[in-house]
Design a protein around this ligand. Structure first.
Ligand SMILES: [Zn+2]
Length: 185
């Protein structure tokens, strides 16, 4: 029995990993589209049904566009999702983010009751280009009464290219949170 069950569990895990990668690739491509707009941003988020994988909403960072320091991609995606569903709970949904959520966004994901958060690049990766708050998303989740699985990095190298893209490097120069001495300067 055990011999039969083990590979199956492994297969399921491999299938789930492939699905996570496909969705990360989707949010990567969606985020890269900002490079052809006046406000390039390396941060994008996608919320899907945990069970079916069907897309609910997606959003990119709009701090510069909206002159709002809280307009992070993950926060905007949760706002859009709750507005769309006309409820405050996103139980049953998973968020994919091109970068590990900052403490503000991870807290918001917990308040929103998301099942899972899957990220691409890490906070340390982002910190090579812009200022960050150095508390891992998993730590924020671990100190919360609400449960949310935090998984990543997934397709980290691909997501890091959003930060190193020449158009993004140029755009970082106008960010108030640019990292002094970063390659973008
Ligand atoms: Zn954030």
């Amino acid at each position: 029995m055990l011999d039969c069950a083990m590979p199956k569990r492994g297969e399921n895990r491999a299938r789930a990993a492939l699905k996570d990668e496909a969705r990360m690739r989707e949010v990567f491509q969606y985020t890269a589209r900002t490079f052809d707009t006046p406000y390039p941003a390396p941060f994008g988020a996608l919320i899907v049904s945990t069970k079916t994988g069907q897309r609910l909403v997606r959003a990119t960072n709009a701090v510069m566009r909206e002159n709002d320091p809280s307009s992070h991609a993950e926060l905007r995606a949760v706002r859009l999702a709750c507005r769309k569903l006309k409820r405050t709970s996103l139980l049953g949904f998973t968020m994919y983010s091109t970068c590990e959520p900052c403490p503000m966004c991870m807290s918001n994901a917990l308040w929103a009751r998301l099942d899972r958060v899957v990220y691409g690049a890490t906070i340390a990766d982002a910190n090579r280009h812009c200022l960050q708050i150095h508390i891992p998303a998993s730590e924020v989740a671990g100190r919360s009464d609400m449960k949310c699985a935090v998984e990543g990095p997934v397709l980290r190298e691909l997501c890091v290219t959003l930060f190193t893209h020449p158009k993004m490097q140029k755009a970082f120069r106008s960010w108030s949170t640019r990292k002094p001495g970063s390659p973008g300067r």
